[in-house]
Design a protein around this ligand. Structure first.
Ligand code: NAD
Length: 437
């Protein structure tokens, strides 16, 4: 199979490299010349574990190439994936489909022979219809089908997720296109990955329903955590107690500072908007969006409280800036709201993140950055664990106790047991867990 992957970002690059690894011939297209130049020189523009080697191997075997020339890549392809961004539209929160539609127009002009055009980007219900209309209008002569194939990979574990998916959803309204998609994913038959073939609109909605459900689960346990704090219960034990029930499941029951990242915030909002537009508002998800938004700011207030009610003139050390570990993605990271809230309260911020600092510097140029957790904490009035990177899981508390100005730890990911940290003279505050005396 010859595949053109339009958009070489977190999803496009991983999907393209994995398809190449399955044995397909893949050309990744991006209209950002700097990104393509980096890839051609063997540099990976994002941090994703394992991606470096996977890309290098497949480039070496001539199965994976990069270009800014969409026309030649599409003309040569049997299948064209659209994996461009669909961020929230400024102002109203609907998905901004301008990148998808621009790609569709460019693809239309370049089509030769029967081609399946696949939206891998997360797009609202009906986008496939519009992509089809755009291509048909530009190229009434073209032989093509438009299919939806939403992507469920998680940053930080993207290659494993792509190669061993829980399921593959293919929204195809015609059998010929569904057959082509079966060929694309045939290498996964060995892994017995369930392939669900649905209508196109169903596939589009499935992606939003999945993300909204997961966001709801996180938000639920976050609110239970708040209640735990009020009643002296332990949210980690509650989570285990409910998670062992198979109907509930133990995943996504970790209380924290609120969900962030490049998907949940924008996808929940887009689903809310779509549902409102259709006259069937999904009130549950509306509440999830509102609760999560408030939570990120509330985390700044929690830190202020842990610092005795004021952070004015104090130095707060933050460990972790990305929205989760093992990615450099800073999009909608809770750290952005937490930093803003602390700065509004008069704090100075010093931060360290193993992979996110380059990206963070563009978004937060006015905070100090440290090379490691210990220089970050030196002389600080509080240490806050924002992201649970492995590098923060075994901190030397004796060393930190000696070097910090004030021994306060706010653990927004419940990485530590409070007593273990308190033993070193720290005032420890977690999420939904008792604070040691
Ligand atoms: P991204 O911003 O990392 O990548 C998008 C890429 O598309 C960029 O490199 C951009 O330069 C390129 N691009 C935009 N318009 C183009 C055009 N006309 N021609 C060629 N290249 C173009 O975005 P992402 O995180 O990879 O997300 C892509 C889509 O996948 C989104 O819809 C997102 O919701 C969805 N998704 C993302 C994830 C994730 O974890 N990031 C997971 C599942 C689904």
């Amino acid at each position: 199979m010859k595949i053109a992957m339009i958009g070489a970002g977190y999803v496009g690059l991983v999907s393209g490299a994995c398809f190449a690894d399955f044995g397909h011939t893949v050309c990744c297209v991006d209209n950002d010349p700097a990104k393509i130049e980096a890839l051609e020189q063997g540099r990976i523009p994002i941090f994703e574990p394992g991606l470096n080697t996977l890309v290098a191997d497949n480039v070496r075997q001539n199965r994976l190439t990069f270009t800014t020339d969409l026309t030649s890549a599409v003309a040569a392809a049997d299948t064209v994936f659209i994996a461009v961004g669909t961020p929230s539209r400024r102002g109203d929160g609907f998905a901004d489909l301008s990148y998808v539609y621009a790609a569709a127009r460019d693809i239309a002009a370049a089509l030769t022979g029967y081609t399946v055009v696949v939206t891998k980007s997360t797009v609202p219900v009906g986008t496939g219809d519009e992509v089809e209309r755009i291509i048909r209008e530009a190229r009434p002569d073209a032989d093509f089908a438009v299919v939806s194939n939403p992507e469920f990979l998680r940053e930080g574990a993207a290659i494993g997720d792509f190669k061993r998916p829980d399921r593959i959803v293919i929204g195809a309204d015609d059998a010929r296109a569904a057959n082509v998609m079966n060929e694309v994913y045939r290498p996964l038959y060995l892994n017995q990955a369930p392939i669900l073939v649905t209508g196109r609109r169903t596939a589009e909605l499935t992606k939003y329903a999945a993300n909204a459900f997961l966001a709801t689960k996180i938000t639920f346990i976050n609110e239970i955590a708040d209640l735990c704090e009020q009643v002296g219960a332990n949210v980690q034990e509650v989570a285990r107690g409910i998670g062992l029930d198979n109907r509930i499941g133990s995943k996504f029951l970790h209380a924290g500072p609120g969900y962030g990242g490049s998907c949940f915030p924008k996808d929940t909002l887009a689903l809310v908007k779509t549902a409102q537009d259709c006259g069937t508002p999904i009130r549950l998800v509306e509440a999830v969006v509102a609760v999560n938004d408030q939570r990120k700011r509330a985390m700044a207030r929690k830190i202020v409280t842990a610092c005795g009610g004021s952070v004015r003139g104090k130095t707060i050390a933050l460990l972790g800036l990305t929205f989760k570990p093992n990615t450099d993605d800073m999009r909608d990271a809770p750290s952005l709201s937490i930093v803003a809230g602390l700065q509004d309260a008069g704090a100075r911020i010093r931060a360290h993140d193993p992979e996110g600092m380059e990206g963070a510097k563009h978004l937060m140029p006015d905070i100090a950055y440290a090379d490691d957790p210990y220089s970050c904490a030196e002389g600080a009035d509080a240490l806050v664990i924002v992201t649970e990177w492995n590098a923060f899981r075994a901190l030397d508390w004796a060393l930190l106790a000696d070097s910090m100005a004030v021994r306060v730890v706010v653990d927004l990911r419940n990485v530590y047991r409070g007593e273990d940290v308190a033993r070193h003279g720290f005032h420890y505050v977690g999420i939904g867990v008792p604070t040691p005396e």
